[in-house]
Write a protein that binds this ligand. Structure first.
Ligand code: CP3
Length: 338
């Protein structure tokens, strides 16, 4: 069993190089993924445990990364809530029944995660015996999931969400609390089935002011960290995690996954030990000529050299038009570091 990733999450990786895994490591940039996608829609891939397990394994086989992340999506929870989730070519996720009024919040149903999202647990169970690296489960954080539920899909500035939050904070908080309770149950199910760590994606926190982050994101992430970390280590991610890294670290998760704006070494000096830092190569480096990519990877490895609590990752996910050979070069470069 390769335990580098868990060792780093506990601040005790002394193996000479950091563990490496990549956000969106299973996706359209892989010809093998595209071949599976010919046969199923994205949601079908998520809902069939055998297929989700097979896709989860692709980056382990093709890249040799030190960790697997379950193939699923942060928006499956909206599907479980009956909000008619679909994924459309070029448009991304679409929520057929977005939340239309604050009054609706008090009528949201109570959800049995085993019944509605049991297929995710099944995929974890299937993977448990297949893997020689740790398996990470994940969920969206309440603010980000609420934003999709309100916007009805992806949005540049989350205008509707912020209008709602500022006009009617009380119902917005009630919605965040509802999603928090559901997310805790969902993550606990993944851990019960065998996930050895979990990552919480509060992807869109960069749209929030500091004060709004402290009100609408931090308290809910904190509840989830506290409820879940007794059972498995928790990593918090957001675009905006450079800005809010101190505040996220103060929630006492095992790790913070940092976007590419920050100098990780400076952040380490500021935060001290006791927390794992994950990140933070700009994924766009994968478009550079190979020699330049290697230089960028080396620069990050050099700056965090010997840090026992560092996990090499990107500052955000791999994009569909990236080149598998380049991704493999990145992983090989980290694994060759002495
Ligand atoms: O990292 C992994 O490999 C694990 C799987 C994973 C997916 N989505 C698969 C996926 C994870 C961890 C996610 C998280 C997720 N999903 C986030 C948070 C991370 C982030 O990117 O900030 C968000 C915001 C979503 C919502 C979502 N799902 C969007 C906006 C899209 C459309 C993106 C696009 O490029 O079309 C998805 C679809 C999605 N989720 C795909 C994959 C592989 C692409 C589906 C396809 O094959 O068409």
């Amino acid at each position: 069993m390769n335990t580098r990733l868990l060792d780093a999450l506990h601040g005790r990786n002394t193996s000479g190089r950091p563990p490496v895994w990549l956000m969106r490591q299973a996706g359209r940039y892989m010809p093998q993924y595209r071949a599976i996608k010919e046969k199923y829609s994205f949601l079908e891939m998520c809902r069939q445990p055998e297929v989700a397990a097979e896709v989860t394994l692709l980056p382990i086989e093709l890249l040799g990364v030190d960790g697997a992340i379950l193939f699923a999506d942060i928006l499956l929870i909206l599907d479980a809530m009956g909000r008619e989730l679909s994924f459309q070519e070029k448009k991304g996720p679409v929520i057929g029944r977005p939340l239309s009024s604050p009054q609706e919040v008090s009528t949201l149903p109570s959800i049995d995660v085993e019944e509605k999202l049991g297929y995710v647990g099944e995929a974890v169970s299937l993977l448990k015996n297949e893997l020689e690296v740790p398996l990470l489960g994940f969920a969206g954080a309440p603010f980000t999931v609420a934003s999709y539920l309100i916007e009805g899909g992806s949005s540049r500035d989350l205008k509707k969400t912020k209008q709602w939050a500022y006009r009617d904070p009380e119902s917005f908080h009630a919605l965040l609390q509802y999603l928090t309770d559901l997310t805790i149950a969902y993550l606990k199910m993944q851990i019960r089935r065998g996930a050895q760590g979990v990552q919480l994606f509060d992807s869109w926190i960069h749209v929030l002011s500091h004060r709004a982050f402290m009100s609408f994101s931090a308290p809910y992430m904190k509840q989830i960290v506290e409820a879940v970390q007794k059972e498995a280590p928790v990593i918090l991610f957001g675009k905006g995690s450079s800005l809010f890294a101190r505040e996220m670290a103060a929630l006492k998760p095992q790790g913070v996954s940092v976007d590419w704006n920050a100098d990780l070494k400076l952040l380490r000096q500021e935060l001290g030990g006791g927390i794992t830092l994950q990140g933070n190569l700009d994924p766009h480096c994968l478009y550079a000529p190979p020699a330049h990519l290697v230089e960028e990877v080396h620069a990050l490895l050099q700056s965090m050299n010997g840090d026992p609590a560092f996990i090499f990752n990107l500052g955000h996910g791999i994009l569909p038009d990236m080149d598998l050979h380049q991704v493999r070069l990145l992983v090989d470069t980290v694994k060759g570091w002495q």
